[in-house]
Design a protein around this ligand. Structure first.
Ligand SMILES: *Cc1c(COP(=O)(O)O)cnc(C)c1O
Length: 387
């Protein structure tokens, strides 16, 4: 019995495995402080749940159009116009089973064996695996702390080859928390347009920015940028809807059509009543989101000030998402060894940076209560002193 090569080249998600180790320790009664969370520690707002429940009660339990119900696609088009300054028609929007699913569909529709996809590192760990599943080759550009973990247009250009098909950008970024400025994005578009390279713009954290950092959608920059870009977004992070599995993308018409065909033959439509919840999320009251953002901001500031005060640890202050990436290379341990020892001896869970393509770092999530953050950082500080 032989598996397909595409199945054997994949590495299981390391973020999920750390999380399950921490959960197993908790189940044994150990008091674990986990900084592993990749999702908000908030419940989905009530009005969103109510809309989904009402649709279930009303019998909205059947297949929908594969790319989503018309009213949700329209609401997403309205959102793109209002929040991002992009004109997309509903026909250019494909609602999916999560932003991750949208990324995968977009890569499958555009990349094939022989193609290269440029990914700035540290990166969200699923991008390279999705590229490999499409038979294409990920090409990594190591970004620098001095540049706030952002890829410059020059670095992008020097990684380009005649085989480059796509570049993946994620701003605000996971795991770095970096937010690209308009000028930085414009410079990257200028390079991409010389060779008609697709830009996959994962904007799932757009609502979580701090210190006045502005989220800019690449597709809004110019007609050329619009034609090259596939914009990804979803409900998971802004509306604490990770379990609902609901996301979307928008793309130039022919690209959207191809993606719809892929989706219609693989997963069909996203969950019917989850779409009604998504509609309520976009159209309803946004105060829960702002409250969550404000709380994340407090935690972020606390974490950065604590981590900065620990000798041999360095951090770049994140301006978005809910992660802090700490450079722990001065301790002379691999990120996995460091994280394993921290969890085993001090019961603190962090994600080793190797998962994101950077073995000098570990990722802290602040999607957890301030009490746990304080206790966890006390333990972390003790651990660092002991090394
Ligand atoms: C969480 C996350 C996603 C996945 O979002 P879903 O809508 O839950 O699939 C996509 N991209 C990044 C960078 C993320 O961190």
């Amino acid at each position: 019995m032989e598996l397909a090569e595409r199945a054997t080249i994949l590495t299981p998600s390391l973020t999920l495995s750390i999380d399950s180790k921490a959960k197993a320790m908790k189940a044994e009664g150990i008091d674990v402080c986990s900084f592993g969370a990749g999702e908000p520690d908030y419940d989905t707002p009530e009005h969103i749940k109510a809309a989904a429940m009402a649709s279930l009660d009303g019998g909205f339990t059947k297949y929908t159009p594969s790319s989503g119900i018309p009213e949700l696609r329209q609401a997403i088009a309205d959102k793109f116009k209002a929040d991002n300054g992009i004109d997309y028609k509903p026909s250019q929007i494909i609602v999916s089973n999560g932003a991750k699913h949208s990324c995968y569909n977009a890569i499958l529709a555009t990349c094939q064996p022989g193609d290269q996809v440029i990914i700035p590192a540290p990166y969200w760990l699923s991008y390279p695996e999705m590229v490999r599943l499409a038979g294409a080759e990920p090409v990594f550009v190591q970004t620098r702390e001095e540049n706030n973990w952002k890829m410059t247009a020059e670095e992008f250009e020097s990684a380009m080859t005649p085989r480059t098909k796509m570049v993946i950008l994620n701003s605000p970024g996971n795991p770095t928390g970096s937010v690209y400025t308009k000028e930085e994005l414009e410079a990257i578009v200028e390079v991409a347009e010389t060779e008609d390279i697709f830009i996959l713009s994962d904007e799932i954290y757009e609502k979580l920015t701090y210190d006045g950092a502005q989220h800019v959608s690449i597709a809004s920059l110019s007609p050329t940028a619009y034609n090259l870009t596939i914009t990804i977004n979803g409900f998971s992070k802004a509306y604490s809807m990770t379990g609902w599995r609901l996301g979307y993308l928008a793309a130039p018409e022919p690209v959207a059509k191809a993606i719809d065909a892929i989706q219609s033959h693989s997963t069909s439509n996203p969950c019917s009543f989850a779409q009604k919840g998504g509609l309520a999320a976009l159209k309803g009251d946004q105060t829960a989101l702002e409250d969550m953002r404000a709380e994340f901001d407090l935690r972020r500031q606390y974490m950065v000030s604590r981590l900065t005060s620990i000798p041999r640890v360095s951090v770049v202050e994140p301006k978005g998402a809910f992660y802090v990436l700490a450079n722990i290379s001065q301790f002379g341990l691999s990120s996995t060894n460091f994280a394993d020892r921290l969890l085993a001896k001090h019961h603190v869970a962090v994600v080793p940076g190797i998962a994101f393509g950077d073995d000098r770092t570990v990722r802290f999530s602040y999607a957890t209560g301030l009490d746990i953050i304080k206790k966890g950082l006390d333990r972390f500080e003790e651990f660092c002193k002991s090394l």
